[in-house]
Design a protein around this ligand. Sequence first.
Ligand SMILES: *[C@@H]1O[C@H](CO)[C@@H](O)[C@H](O)[C@H]1NC(C)=O
Length: 399
Amino acid sequence: MAKKLLGLLAHLHATVLFLPVDPAAGAMYNVLRYGARPDGAADAAGPFLRAWADACLSTRPATVLVPPGRYLVSSATFAGPCRSRAAVTFAVAGTVVAPAGAGGRGSSGRWITFENVDGLVVSGGTLDGRGRALWECRRRGQSSCPTPASSLTIANSRDVVVAGVRSVDSELFHLVVLQCHGVTVRGVTVEAPADSPNTDGIHLHMSSHVSVYDARISTGDDCISIGPGNSNLWIERVACGPGHGISIGSLGKQEGMAVEAVQNVTVKTTWFTGTTNGLRIKTWGGSKRGFVRGVTFADATMSGVDNPIIIDQRYCPTTGGAGCPGGSSSISISDVRYVGVRGSSATPVAVSFDCSRSNPCSGIRLQDVALTYRGRPAAASCRNARGSTLGLVMPPSCL
Ligand SMILES: *[C@@H]1O[C@H](CO)[C@@H](O)[C@H](O)[C@H]1NC(C)=O
């Protein structure tokens, strides 16, 4: 009896040992087995890509595992489509570091890319973009700076989850969602200095049904930027600061798109601390057509924010207007609600609607807004804006 039991145990043990997988996760592809070295010095791009290629060929759900340690990756594109329609997971426990020095991440403007991977999950880990050298090159105004690279790009994919990723010091945007449908971004942290240029936290572009939950973003540009071609977005529980706020736009400048549209966006429960903007919509001047409609900003807390609520249809980031198109914007903005926005402005004007002369804003709704400047009611400023108010609204509405 005892012998039989031992035999059974041995069999179980062997089964567990030789199972190449965690049964729940499916097949497991550890980058160490592909020759990656966790020393932060040897380029692990090749091993990462070979592990990915095998995972992507798996007919079962598959996981590429990056164990604890530092891995240098020069640049990598993890491409699909993969054979398993179920899911391919890229699970990082360690830190992935970009090359030291500016550039060196390929010339495509992207450091790490996933494309054409339906059912992708990217989880955990730290991405260190080491952007400092490039920012300094740009700050010195050198014309020969290398093309800056966004740290993580998810492109042309459906049903994607990005969870628990920490991204620090990207040369350009930290996380880009490009031409995707059905993406959940959960528990992402972004850390870069307040003076780092164009280091947006999360940039959404031409995507639909994207949700962002529980993000903590400190950076030198927009915490979240919503570019053209986005619809059906849900953004909830975001702490932003330092940074330039949560922005729809800028719209109206891109080459190539006939009409630039953003619609059905909810931004709920946000905290802005010491940011230049809170809730912003920005469009360039000029004849580029498009619209922003169906936006709800609900439950926002401002602490020392320069422009807590702002629509800027003469957006021009350069001083003196160099390189900015003149004329009034042809992007029409309608049906935008602000519900439950409170806290302190760092400037006298806390609510600013500077809308297009040729395409005035319509359907702007302010409800339960309480914004102060130095402990007193702040001011509001309107140009070409129409709408209504409900409940307590302070500063008094100029709509
Ligand atoms: C707006 O977007 C949300 C997702 O954020 C979606 O659930 C809802 O159905 C969309 N509404 C319309 C009218 O498309």
